[in-house]
Ligand binder design. Structure first.
Ligand code: NAD
Ligand code: 89V
Length: 348
């Protein structure tokens, strides 16, 4: 008998539409979208009607009425601590969208609450689940370019991100906390943990509150060096939004990912090219399709790990290591000095 997991969607706003479509597609695999919740009644009703499930405006009411096996919390970060605490106290597995929380201290509080209640907790850090990133990881894991020693991960766009996410213009911390967080996670995913980093930020758009450009240099514990860069202020003709461009050099070759999810691998004097992006789906559209298909793969990962009683790759505890890089980058930008990322140690 195939084991199913009833999914409850919390937050039915801009980005949650991708989560909802992905859960709808995953129904055939056993992840059954069973209820939706948004404190905005119109959004809750619209999502319930579109996906044919009961709708609620309060998460507790939804959990009281519907047996939920996995909560997908796609609200904004200021609500994550409260909602994740309810899930932990009720023993319901939960995945929360990035950023985990507004501060390092709140991220730790969320993780420690889940540990206290032995609750399953993950972060929907989905860039590493995109098809192109899985292809890059496969090349690295196979050892095709040897041991990675240097990398540049670049996310540079002039796309109007503020139209779909107007709150970004008002954030006190922007490009590192919103998208740098994804690229820093990729740097960990490909090159391992970080010993120390330096960072410079810029605010190049006078119409927004916080930094829209960051350039981060990291020394990994492996000895590798990476450069992570992100901006919403690029002015370029061939804008790759929302793709991550990257170059990874190893002691046996190199791997380059360019616009259109084209991967070029060079090893032993030979060069191979491949298109490594995922296909357009019935509910995805350019240019967001790169991000949207990553949601499908991320949701599948979360469903399968809950079903099988295993932690997610991007568990709450894992995401603390990425969030520590975010915090270190802001500190380095303030001090103009190299900073060691904080380390969280579980309470005894
Ligand atoms: P949004 O404001 O459009 O949607 C959030 C929704 O949550 C709103 O409809 C709001 O009414 C609802 N909500 C808030 N508190 C609630 C509560 N207590 N109970 C139920 N519903 C509640 O925001 P958005 O742009 O969709 O972003 C949501 C999150 O997704 C953010 O953290 C953002 O950083 C993240 N995001 C991630 C990606 C990605 O994974 N690549 C892309 C875009 C946005
Ligand atoms: O993917 C995200 O987290 C969005 C972005 C604008 C970077 O695409 O916030």
């Amino acid at each position: 008998m195939r084991k199913t997991v009833a999914v409850g969607m919390v937050g039915c706003g801009f980005y949650a539409q991708n989560h909802l479509h992905a859960w709808s597609d995953l129904g055939a695999e056993g992840a059954v979208l069973s209820a939706v919740c948004d404190r905005d009644p119109a959004r809750a009703e619209a999502a319930g009607a579109k996906f044919g499930v009961p709708h609620f405006t309060d998460m507790n009411a939804m959990l009281d009425k519907v047996g939920i096996g996995l909560l997908d919390i796609a609200t904004r970060m200021d609500t994550h601590r409260e909602l994740a605490a309810i899930a932990a106290e009720r023993g319901v597995p939960a995945v929360v969208q990035k950023p985990f929380a507004p501060t390092w201290e709140e991220c730790i509080a969320i993780v420690e609450k889940a540990r206290k209640h032995q609750a399953w907790l993950a972060v929907h850090e989905n860039f590493r689940f995109a098809s192109a990133m899985r292809a890059v990881k496969k090349v690295l894991t196979q050892g095709t370019i040897g041991t990675p020693t240097w990398a540049r991960l670049s996310w540079r766009t002039g796309f109007d991100v503020y139209r779909g996410q107007p709150y970004l213009a008002e954030e006190e911390k922007l490009v590192i906390q919103d998208v740098g967080i994804h690229i820093l996670d990729l740097a960990r995913f490909f090159l391992g943990e970080v010993a120390h980093l330096s960072c410079e930020t810029q605010k190049r758009n006078p119409k927004i509150r916080a930094e829209d450009t960051a350039t981060i240099m990291m020394r990994h514990t492996s000895g590798a060096v990476s450069v992570v860069e992100a901006t919403y202020g690029a002015k370029r003709g061939d804008d790759p939004f929302p793709e991550t461009m990257l170059e990874i050099e190893g002691d046996g070759g190199s791997l380059i990912l360019t616009k259109g999810e084209k991967m070029t691998v060079t090893t032993q004097g030979l060069t191979f090219e491949d298109q490594v992006g995922g296909p357009l789906l019935h509910w995805t559209s350019r240019p967001w399709h790169v991000s949207q298909e990553a949601v499908l793969h991320t949701n599948r990962h979360m469903f399968e790990r809950v079903r099988d009683g295993r932690p997610a790759d991007t568990s709450g505890e894992d995401n603390l290591k990425t969030y520590a890089l975010v915090e270190a980058a802001y500190e380095a930008a303030r001090s103009h000095a190299a900073v060691k990322p904080a380390i969280w140690l579980p309470q005894a």
